[in-house]
Design a protein around this ligand. Structure first.
Ligand SMILES: Nc1nc2c(ncn2[C@@H]2O[C@H](COP(=O)(O)OP(=O)(O)OP(=O)(O)O)[C@@H](O)[C@H]2O)c(=O)[nH]1
Length: 369
């Protein structure tokens, strides 16, 4: 049997973090380069004061990045960067920057802001910036305001920035909605790919993945586990005698019985056809044999109804523990051999045999209906 490769698990959170990290880093580098470049240009043009302010902002961004490198706290880095950028914009509104064009840099802000933060925080920060712009435009005599804009510019700037912000909000809102629908869809597809349609139990793929995880845990920590391979006896006969629907009903009812008997930490899966596999973490061979025997007994006692008929259902099972195997493949081969032995010895029994005798022994030929 080939080793199952664990399917890559899709983590939207990891992806979001990676993207936010890349964008914040890019933003910080871009801001740093622009501030240093424009600062130098201002210095060379004789605007010493403006150059010093821009370099100070560049220094703040560099300090913020250094803190991030030390603390590795992306949230803090992002908030620090936003606080610096918002203060820079207020400075640009108030000073006009070079030739009163400073406010124009603000157009780059809304799309980045919504992408980096939540919609709610984005709206709060944008509203704050626009109110600050309005105050500065309206009251140029305020002590920290050193420039004045003409009325046309003020009206057009506020109108276009408001339009851009609303548009970015709608786009980001739609993006988030589509994203969450896609995530839901991906989740339900992943569930379906790991679930057996008839019984609702995890399927062979899901079980393979859990087995490999459990095996790694065993190798790392020594936590042992056992497996039980179960097969419904003379199942072909049930199908032939009572019909395929009756066979399906028996499989479903058996799956229910298994669900009742296993612990939350155990995993019961449909291994294929009329075969089921139980994975029992932290369970010794003796404990697994006891559980398998309890299940066999429960099946033997239960009445499997289909319409007005009672189906003759019994199970055989092989049990094995990882402590007696040297690999996962070996364990699965061993449990298969044990199941074969149980069938060979007359069915309706567990192998290896426990001391107490099984309650009833199935005949070595298909039961008469
Ligand atoms: N109804 C139904 N039958 C299935 C399903 N999957 C497999 N089977 C049937 O299960 C039967 C298995 O038959 P065999 O492998 O010959 O084994 P058996 O009759 O159970 O005999 P032993 O295992 O030797 O006791 C086949 O007839 C398959 O068609 C299913 O999903 N529904």
């Amino acid at each position: 049997m080939s080793r199952a490769k664990a399917p890559a698990t899709f983590s939207a959170e990891d992806e979001d973090y990676r993207r936010a990290f890349q964008l914040t880093t890019l933003l910080a580098i871009l801001a740093l380069v622009l501030l240093l470049g424009i600062g130098t240009k201002s210095w060379l043009s004789g605007h010493t004061e403006h150059a010093i302010v821009l370099w100070s902002f560049a220094t703040l961004i560099a300090i913020n990045a250094t803190i991030f490198a030390l603390l590795r706290n992306l949230q803090l880095h992002m908030l620090g960067l936003l606080a610096i950028v918002v203060t820079l914009f207020i400075y640009l509104f108030a000073s006009g920057g070079e030739s009163n064009t400073g406010p124009l840099w603000f157009y780059a802000f809304p799309p980045l802001l919504f992408y980096l933060t939540s919609l709610r925080l984005g709206v709060i920060i944008l509203t704050f910036c626009l109110v600050m712009a309005l105050v500065i435009f309206q009251w140029p005599e305020l002590p920290f305001v050193t420039t004045e804009y003409n009325t046309d510019f003020k009206i057009r700037f506020l109108a276009t920035v408001t339009f851009e912000s609303v548009f970015c909000f709608i786009l980001e809102f739609s993006r988030l909605r589509v994203r969450s629908r896609l995530l839901e869809l991906a989740h339900s597809h992943e569930q379906a790919a790991r679930t057996d349609e008839l019984t609702g139990l995890p399927n062979r793929r899901a079980m393979h993945q859990r087995l490999m995880e459990e095996y790694s845990r065993y190798q790392r920590t020594g936590h042992h586990f056992s497996v039980v391979l179960i097969d419904l006896d003379w199942f072909k006969r049930i199908n032939d005698e009572y019909g395929h629907d009756a066979g399906d009903a028996a499989l479903k009812q058996f799956a229910e019985l298994m669900r009742e008997i296993v612990r939350q930490t155990d995993l019961a899966a449909r291994w294929g056809g009329e075969e089921f596999l139980l994975l029992l973490p932290d369970t010794s061979l003796i404990q697994a044999l006891t559980l398998a025997e309890r299940l066999r007994h429960k099946v033997a006692e239960a009445e499997f109804h289909f319409r007005d008929q009672i189906l003759p259902v019994s199970i055989s099972a092989g049990v094995s523990s990882i402590t007696q195997s040297d690999s996962m493949n070996h364990l699965l081969k061993q449990v298969d051999v044990q199941l074969y032995t149980a069938k060979e010895n007359g069915r309706n029994q567990i192998s290896p045999r426990v001391k107490s005798k099984p309650t009833t022994t199935a005949p070595d030929s298909p039961p008469d209906s």
